[in-house]
Design a binder for this molecule. Structure first.
Ligand code: ADP
Ligand code: SF4
Length: 740
């Protein structure tokens, strides 16, 4: 495959009002070719998966981003974030691995940045077993049980030396931009912030003293690599907890002035590590550009270029940011994951093709869980560039003339049909609903989730364009429900069932693996989430939401119903949905519960009757364990059962696949050949309920692999692993092979 033309080489069809976004800008000794800049963000590659790292970052440069950066990169084993995966630049091996990224980025005419990280108390060092050092001995408010040691004056020199050594190695690895990371409560900002810094020597006390460590690091790094590389610092200009931390107008601006001589580019954001959803703001709570009230002060005190984030997805707003003097460079993490080709689409005048980030933070959830590669709800190819060879914008052409029927136009079905059509297959996408989008149509009407509908909008627009290109394909909405009979007679060569799932109507739940006695959504006082969303069943004043689901539904319904004036209680295994800790939505959801008076009861349900629900404490059988005979709980009887009065009960107890079509077709397998059907597949929630990011992936995957002998089962992917006794693979010049 030949190299793509760079943005300069392509004929631009962009609207002139976006010209400012494509003006080059100097950052120290380097020139950024335009104003699109992928700030450091985690992907789960680090220096351990060089193929993933190189492919994920360089594909964005191909898509028009002028600079791309690594995630946080540890400078020394005393800054180790295992179980999460950071990059590391400890030795020549890391230099070798990370240079796969810089070479791939340079081949596309982009700049490569590296974010040098020293975590202090927020580095648990689970792998290295070293002691992290910080300005004062404090324990982390983010990690469990991590205390740091306090740096003495020798330690300060030593750690500053680690930055210099790491910067020299980074230059050797080919990086153009070298960060000193002082955002998200890490390293230098711990010295600057009185929240962490309780020193009484020349590194503590006054602002000048607290700033000293950071400024010295910058000075030393600039001396070492400043003529070859741009030196950048990421600065949380306001930690959002008042005088106890950094406030932009009080000390943030002063620090910017003090450190300015040593910085070629300021990368500014807000917030701390404990609540970093204030930086990576979920769309549920924050709109794009939400950091501007803080970051707009920065350019008042520096003439150096400033890059900032805030889920910048709107090209007009980007222009406004630059023209109003708020930012010089548009920084992005999530918008670049969701659409690695965002700048190129602006340049080519095809804004309608932008796959806009929905702000769900599922990408972040993977880092928070630790370990696994990042995924994205909108972009099924994110994280799959190297290992599966998936390019976000290029698709291998079809290898047969099979016509494919996809039943169900939710995230799985619509993505599957889109990719099949991109590949040139005649595809019919059929749904009873009037709109593409499946369950996303309903959930995006809930409070805070309107932007999740971008997921549907992207597919709706693309499908329309693709059908216009190939008139043999169709999107047939508002149809009669398809049946096993109608599918067998349809005339398709292959059938994909993407019929989604339903919330359980009988309280079947993960705790008992049984229905809850009395739970029946055909009764007037019992509702499923779908019924609440549909809004055609009356709901009483006092509502109990029974929740056994870790993600967003129960808490979002709680907010909706409380805002509508109901008295809401949430009870079950989950009261504030735990997965929302990973998506950074939990702290503000907790605030919403408090603001709206949503009550949480740590009890589960044993029985529902009209007007009341029996709840009990799962730890209520609390005797020492002993053998008590058949039918007797070894932990003793549970005497905490109690009736509570409620007018309506909402069951968020679990989901079941809507897979009757798939099962029915499998049962009539002996008729397939006669009807001309070669294969039937099931994808998305219809196979098993899951995140809609994973349903989207599933649809995409099947469309890419539909010619495989047993495409229901994913093909293996390339793994980047050390094989005992062999040369580590991939080697430095290992090519990324995109499917074409
Ligand atoms: P997923 O997340 O797996 O894509 P969704 O529940 O979002 O699942 O979407 C499933 C879609 O399938 C819905 O739009 C629904 O209307 C459609 N659907 C379900 N059963 C049928 C059927 N028998 N015929 C046509 N469409 C169906
Ligand atoms: Fe945006 Fe969600 Fe994708 Fe993250 S996972 S980039 S928030 S769409």
């Amino acid at each position: 495959m030949g190299r793509m033309a760079t943005s300069e080489e392509r004929t631009s069809r962009r609207d002139p009002r976006y010209d400012v976004l494509f003006e080059p800008i100097e950052i120290g000794p380097k020139t950024l070719r335009n104003r699109f800049y992928q700030v450091p963000h985690c992907i789960g590659a680090g220096s351990d998966k060089p193929g993933f790292q190189a492919a994920h970052r360089s594909i964005k440069v191909e898509g028009g981003w002028g600079a791309v950066c690594t995630e946080y990169c540890s400078i020394h084993p005393s800054s180790d974030d295992t179980m999460r995966l950071s990059a590391r630049i400890w030795d020549e091996g890391d230099v070798h691995n990370l240079s796969a990224m810089t070479e791939a980025v340079h081949a596309e005419n982009g700049l490569a940045g590296i974010e040098l990280w020293y975590g202090g108390p927020h580095a648990p060092c689970l792998e290295t077993r070293q002691v992290p050092l910080g300005p004062s001995q404090v324990s982390s408010e983010f990690e469990t049980g991590t205390h740091c040691g306090e740096m003495d004056l020798d330690d300060i020199q030593t750690v500053q030396g680690f930055y210099v050594d790491a910067a020299l190695r980074a230059r050797d690895a080919g990086f153009d931009i070298i960060y000193i990371y002082g955002g998200h409560s890490y390293g230098p900002v711990q010295f600057l912030s009185p929240y962490y810094n309780h020193r009484t020597d020349k590194y503590g006390g006054s602002l000048e003293n607290r700033a000293r460590y950071w400024i010295e690091v910058l000075e030393k790094v600039k001396d070492a690599v400043g003529s070859d590389c741009a030196v950048v610092t990421r600065f949380a200009v306001d930690t959002l907890y008042g005088t106890n931390g950094i406030e932009i107008e009080r000390d943030g601006m002063k620090f910017l002035e003090m450190a300015d001589p040593y910085v070629d580019l300021w990368d500014v954001n807000i917030g701390d590590i404990r609540a970093w959803g204030e930086d990576a703001g979920p769309s549920r709570f924050y709109n794009n550009g939400h950091q501007v009230p803080w970051t707009s002060f920065v350019k008042q005190v520096t003439n150096k270029p400033v890059v900032g984030v805030g889920r910048h997805v709107d090209p007009d707003q980007m222009v406004e940011m630059i023209e109003s003097g708020t930012l010089d460079i548009i920084g992005a993490a999530r918008p670049s994951i969701s659409d690695p080709w965002l700048p190129r689409k602006i340049e080519e005048g095809r804004l309608e093709d932008i796959r806009t980030c929905i702000g769900c933070n599922i990408c972040i959830s993977r880092w928070e869980i630790g370990g696994p590669p990042m995924i994205c709800t909108q972009n099924a190819t994110a994280g799959e560039e190297y290992r599966r060879g998936w390019h976000p914008e290029k698709f291998p052409q079809k290898t047969s003339d099979d016509a494919i029927l996809v039943v169900g136009a939710g995230p799985a079905g619509s993505e599957c049909a889109r990719v099949l059509m991109e590949r040139g297959y005649i595809t019919h996408l059929v749904d009873t609903a009037e709109k593409v989008g499946g369950h996303v149509n309903g959930i995006s009407t809930l409070p805070g989730l309107a932007q999740w509908a971008y997921h549907r909008d992207y597919r709706e627009i693309q499908l329309e364009k693709l059908v216009n290109k190939n008139r043999d394909s169709q999107v047939a909405l508002g149809q009669e429900p398809m049946t096993v009979e109608s599918i067998l007679d349809y005339g398709a060569d292959k059938v994909v069932i993407a019929t989604g799932s339903f919330w359980n109507t009988d309280g079947f739940n993960p705790q008992t693996k049984q229905p809850i006695p009395g739970a029946d959504a055909s009764l007037p006082y019992v509702l499923t989430p779908e019924q609440v969303i549909a809004g055609d069943k009356p709901i009483g004043n006092k509502v109990l939401i029974l929740n056994y689901d870790p993600y967003y539904m129960a808490s979002t319904l709680a907010v909706k119903l409380a805002e509508e004036g109901h008295a809401v209680t949430v009870a079950g295994i989950e009261t504030l949905n735990s997965y929302m800790e990973f998506t950074l939505e939990a702290p503000n959801m907790e605030r919403a519960y408090h603001r709206l008076g949503v009550e949480q009861i740590e009890m589960v349900a044993s029985r529902i009757e009209e007007g009341r629900v029996e709840l009990y404490d799962m730890a209520g059988n609390n005797q020492p364990r002993q053998y008590r005979g058949p039918g007797k709980d070894p932990f003793g009887p549970n005497e905490t059962h109690e009736w509570f009065e409620f007018d309506s009960v909402v069951l968020c107890t679990g989901k079941h696949s809507n897979n009757s079509l798939y099962r029915g077709l499998k049962e009539r397998r002996d008729e397939w050949e006669e009807k001309g059907i070669k294969a039937v597949y099931v994808i998305g929630d219809a196979q098993a309920p899951r995140l809609f990011a994973d349903s989207t992936f599933d649809g995409h995957r099947l469309a890419r692999e539909i010619e495989e002998p047993n495409a229901q089962w994913p093909k293996p992917y390339k793994r980047e692993m050390a094989v005992w006794g062999t040369v580590p693979s991939p080697t430095k010049n290992h090519e990324v092979e995109y499917q074409t």
